[in-house]
Design a protein around this ligand. Structure first.
Ligand code: C2E
Ligand code: CA
Ligand code: CA
Length: 434
């Protein structure tokens, strides 16, 4: 006697429900030959709720049934399919060995496009479809992992507004790494794992340390040091950068205050300001003010390094922000000048004191006369505008000689010193003063 079908079906589409899909996949997969090429696709009608609210149940039902007939039915390669919930549909296919992710992407894009076009033309209805898929050679993978990979690709397709996107292992690892940083951040802050390193800026006139830049280093309790390029961007995206910046600023204020109290040599220190601080400039200003109240040091000992991208994203806000900083007697340095898309016009209008030339400008300038012409011209222009100048990334004696000759005020780079911990920096200062 035939066993009754235990699959539960979705009443709207007649497709299996997700729980049944999982059960069937768990039975089916182990019976496949190892190495069988499979593909799992997840398609989402991203504006499902909108269509349902504005056009009603009937049209949604029609779209889902239509999708089932035109895309899911009559395809002999489909092993299993399901409706997960609302507008999410998935199917597992057996694929030919010579089919690549690119072939799949082309086919799915073409199918989705013609589906969307049909609704746009016949019903003046925009159906927004996004598909993520994962192609793999079967070797015992769990169905949950397969679905999760395709789902990540679908979410990426939605974020990037792509009709179709393939799962990419590198992207997944990157995502996991980012999640790990965000997850570990609060505990790391509590454990005091972030330290301020200082890199000297040398006066071209005296060749002594005139200032320093504060650069963060992360020393995890159980692992090697992590450099800012591996977490600053992630913390900017996740909205945590403000907390980290002020955690470090406080260390710098406290350091300067204690040194001054003890009459020890000190130099002004510049702090990096994340572009995200412009999301709430008033809060930033209040917190800086509070630091000056807690650690009463002269404002001339604090300089703020702002990047060009900060001033480019919202000019009016950036301008007001900078004026408020100037009113607090803080010096403003334009960081990374000459990297990416510099706009010389920002120089004309923004109240900056120091121009900091990006390392990329200086790289190998000793071998490229045109690079030297660019640097000299920028330095001349800055001088005419009464701006001080700093060149970062100074690595060779030839660069030092050229920059001194070209009239740069301060030099910063590995040639003089790498960023060092505060204690080592104090020793450098004391040697300079001796
Ligand atoms: P940045 O502000 O442009 O800092 C200069 C970077 O160049 C630093 O990298 C420094 O170590 C490096 N550097 C200095 N001299 C040389 C040199 O001669 N050769 C080479 N190859 N590199 C040199 P670092 O410390 O890894 O920082 C990277 C970026 O992370 C910084 O770029 C800055 O944008 C950001 N950052 C660092 N600390 C903080 C922080 O506390 N808050 C925020 N918001 N950003 C920070
Ligand atoms: Ca900087
Ligand atoms: Ca820089």
């Amino acid at each position: 006697m035939e066993k009754p079908d235990s699959t539960s079906y979705d009443p709207l589409t007649g497709l299996p429900e997700y729980s049944s899909f999982l059960l069937s996949a768990r039975k089916l997969l182990p019976n496949l030959e190892s190495g069988t090429r499979l593909g799992l696709s997840i398609t989402r009608i991203s504006n499902y709720r909108y269509i349902n609210l504005h056009f009603g149940d009937e049209i949604i039902k029609q779209i889902l049934l239509d999708f089932k007939t035109s895309i899911l039915s009559d395809n002999p390669d489909i092993l299993l399919s399901a409706r997960v919930y609302e507008g999410i549909l998935l199917c597992l296919l057996r694929l030919d060995h010579n089919i690549s992710a690119k072939d799949c992407k082309n086919t799915i894009t073409r199918l989705n496009q013609s589906f969307m076009k049909k609704y746009a033309v016949q019903k003046q209805l925009h159906v927004s479809l996004h598909t993520g898929f994962y192609i793999f050679d079967y070797s015992g993978q769990r169905i949950e992992q397969i679905v999760s990979n395709a789902n990540l690709a679908m979410e990426t397709a939605e974020q990037k507004q792509l009709i179709c996107h393939a799962y990419d292992e590198k992207l997944d690892l990157q995502n996991l790494k980012e999640m790990d940083i965000i997850h570990r951040f609060p505990e790391a802050l509590k454990n005091d794992e972030f330290q301020v390193f200082l890199q000297p800026k040398i006066s071209a006139k005296t060749m002594k340390i005139a200032e320093a830049e504060a650069l963060v280093r992360w020393f995890p309790k159980d692992g090697a040091v992590i450099y800012p390029n591996d977490f600053i961007g992630i913390l900017e995206e996740s909205g945590n950068i403000g907390t980290l910046d002020f955690h470090l600023y406080e260390k710098v204020f406290s350091y300067l205050y204690q040194r001054m109290e003890q009459d020890l040599p000190v130099v002004p220190i510049s702090l990096n300001v994340s572009r995200r601080q412009l999301d709430n400039p008033d809060k930033f200003l209040r917190k800086i003010q509070a630091l000056f109240e807690k650690y009463p040091i002269p404002p001339s000992f604090i300089e703020l390094e702002l990047t060009e991208s900060l001033s480019m994203q919202d000019y009016d806000t950036a301008y007001k922000f900078m004026i408020s900083l100037k009113n607090m007697h803080l010096k403003i340095s334009m960081d990374d000048f000459g990297s990416g898309y510099s706009s010389i016009s920002t120089l004309a209008n923004l109240p900056i004191d120091i121009l900091k030339l990006d390392k990329a400008l200086l790289d190998e300038a000793e071998y490229f006369p045109k690079k030297r012409i660019i640097i000299s011209t920028i330095l001349d222009m800055a001088k005419s505008m009464e701006l001080n100048t700093v060149c970062e990334g100074v690595e060779t004696e030839l660069q030092v000689d050229f920059l001194k000759e070209a009239g740069c005020d301060y030099l910063q780079g590995f040639y003089f010193s790498r960023p060092v911990d505060m204690e080592t920096f104090n020793q450098l200062l004391e040697q300079d003063c001796a």
